[in-house]
Design a protein around this ligand. Structure first.
Ligand code: NAI
Length: 335
């Protein structure tokens, strides 16, 4: 029976990478009925809202969505659709695997980090005000409930995936109350998971360790902002934003999306690397129990890069999105 899944193609390179991903999934033989919905600035012009209620209803009904990037204006304008979606659907765990692909530059080899980012609070709660002209305040909201939930998720994930260590990333030396609360919750949760080694690291030290000793880092659990920044750093360790996937997981819905944004500099030029969204779709297939199709695609991506298949310009190649996707589809179909 076909799975019904919500597809939000998004802005910028979103429609191009979403189309490539649909083609690769089709080649894998998995049966999916896509419910396509748009959200973002263009929708707002026609509908007066960036995130129409039927988009949320579709994700709630289908419980699974694949999403392209959606742009957010800087310093003014509407609130991020991505953040709103995560908050409204309570998609509290943002899981971002940062894993090397074979055949790329050797400095990218041996990295296999999973970043588990809390997705619903911290400075992303949107609690900002101008106290008076020239003085702005943003409130960093941290709750024991959200910290405990994300730490539980990270330890459960580590146990399920056979990972050895979970490191909490914090800045509790400076933010003694908010990040201190995260640490306190982490320590309590760690006691319930004796098979996984708990570890603690300050966020700036983590940034250095990721660059110097990426292959020694296992699962990281952290707050929203640190997780956002470390994810892009992680992407840089394995070849760039064109590669790294992500999943936003909640109790009653999950939205799969790449780490990257709308890439306005290359949008509409057939230059985008769709691997990140394809790998997000692989996570989605595992999540819905279509592991055979997921493994076919995973194995094909690895073989493609190991054997020097065509690459998009972000990875030093000259293939267009379409050429890369054609080659990958061929492999997946015959895998
Ligand atoms: P970006 O991720 O869109 O681009 C950063 C750089 O990486 C650019 O040079 C771009 O060409 C390159 N890049 C990104 N994805 C690529 C891909 N798949 N293939 C090849 N090259 C790729 O980040 P930026 O420019 O900071 O953000 C642009 C817009 O995207 C903003 O409006 C931002 O709010 C939004 N955004 C949305 C996200 C989401 O929907 N989850 C996540 C991050 C940003």
């Amino acid at each position: 029976m076909a799975h019904t899944i919500t597809l939000i193609p998004g802005d910028g390179i979103g429609p191009e990478v979403a189309d490539a991903t649909r083609r690769v999934l089709e080649a894998s033989g998995v049966a999916i009925d896509w419910e396509v919905h748009n959200a973002g600035a263009e929708v707002a012009e026609k509908r007066g809202t960036t995130l129409p209620e039927e988009v949320l209803e579709s994700v709630r009904r289908n419980t699974i969505a694949l999403k392209g990037p959606i742009g957010t204006p800087i310093g003014k304008g509407f609130k991020s659709v991505n953040v709103t979606l995560r908050q409204k659907l309570d998609l509290y765990a943002n899981v971002r695997p940062v894993k090397s692909l074979p055949g790329l530059e050797p400095r990218f080899e041996g990295t296999d980090i999973v970043i588990v980012r809390e997705n619903t609070e911290d400075l992303y709660a949107g609690l900002e005000l101008m106290i008076m002209p020239g003085i702005a305040q943003s409130i960093k909201l941290i709750t024991a409930q959200a910290c405990t939930r994300i730490c539980e998720y990270a330890f459960d994930y580590a146990e399920r995936m056979g990972r050895k260590r979970v490191t909490v990333i914090h800045k509790a030396n400076i933010m003694k109350l908010s990040d201190g609360l995260l640490l306190e919750c982490f320590r309590k949760v760690a006691q319930r998971h004796p098979r996984v080694e708990p570890h603690e690291m300050i966020v700036d030290a983590c940034a250095l360790q990721m660059v110097k000793n990426a292959n020694k880092i296992d699962v990281l659990v952290t707050e929203n902002l640190y997780g956002d920044i470390l994810s892009d750093l992680g992407a840089g360790l394995v070849g760039g934003l064109g590669i790294v996937p992500g999943a936003n997981i909640g109790e009653s819905a999950a939205v799969f999306e790449a780490v990257h944004g709308t890439a306005p500099d290359i949008a509409g030029k057939d230059l985008a690397n769709p691997t990140a969204l394809i790998q997000s779709a692989v996570m989605m297939l595992h999540h819905i129990g279509e592991s055979r199709a997921a493994e076919r695609i995973e194995a094909s991506i690895i073989a493609h890069f190991r054997e020097g298949g065509p690459r998009t310009p972000d990875l030093g190649g000259s293939a267009s999105t379409r050429e890369y996707t054609d080659a990958l589809c061929k492999r997946v179909a015959s895998a």
